[in-house]
Design a protein around this ligand. Sequence first.
Ligand SMILES: Nc1ncnc2c1ncn2[C@@H]1O[C@H](COP(=O)(O)OP(=O)(O)O)[C@@H](O)[C@H]1O
Ligand SMILES: [Mg+2]
Length: 257
Amino acid sequence: MSGSMELKSSSAPVLTVQHATKRFGPVLALDDVDIQACAGEVLALLGDNGAGKSTMIKCISGVHQLDEGEICLNGVPTAIRSPGNAREAGIETVYQDLALFDNLTPSQNFYAGRELSYPAWLPLGLRFMKSREMERVTAEVLNRLRVILPKPDATVALMSGGQRQAVAVARATVFARKLVILDEPTAALGLREARKVLDLIAQLRDEGNAVILITHNMEHVTELASRAIVLRQGRKVGELLPTKENQQELVSMIVGA
Ligand SMILES: Nc1ncnc2c1ncn2[C@@H]1O[C@H](COP(=O)(O)OP(=O)(O)O)[C@@H](O)[C@H]1O
Ligand SMILES: [Mg+2]
């Protein structure tokens, strides 16, 4: 990608969240938080356990609704009422709890809820599934990511944590169109698997997606993120450009030292 294209894309805010507030009963999980993510950048969303990171991305992905605040996509206020809504709007999310269907194969997981089918003139329920096509794409992507599965048609229940995580990230790369959100995508991975996922994240960014990365790994933050936002107890407590030099400052912000 040329320098000028990068410059152009990195100035466009794909996502703007303003005054995000979310309560769960007495718990104020998000308290008036603003975040922004631009095309062609990785934004690190950081914070200790319970800081509100997952809540924030679940509100953006339509799993939860904000109590107060506004979400804009490409500058347009957008109501995201369900995960389906979010996907239609071009938002792909890899959840911390992975959200794979245990009883389905990788290919069925890839296309769950958005199966390829034909002929187009029939109502969805009466169409034939393009199973071969879906299996082919899935195998191709997993192969590209060098995810080696014992049996491609086995359900994901039989996979290791790392394999499952790889399948979830791979799925996001196939459908990413605008914004990709990854909630601790390397948490369950060994060094080599984590490396693959980091490379994928860089690739998603270079393809012009805005990427939001939640992680506890500061090395990964300095490697990939052009901006870091720190949450603590539901509030935004800092925003900075992460470098090797200010890594300690960032950690202090996270733990509130
Ligand atoms: N579905 C829920 N019901 C009740 N409380 C929740 C729910 N989800 C999150 N919380 C609470 O909201 C706060 C923020 O949680 P979370 O967003 O998961 O934090 P993080 O992802 O930063 O670890 C925590 O106090 C957590 O217990
Ligand atoms: Mg979380």
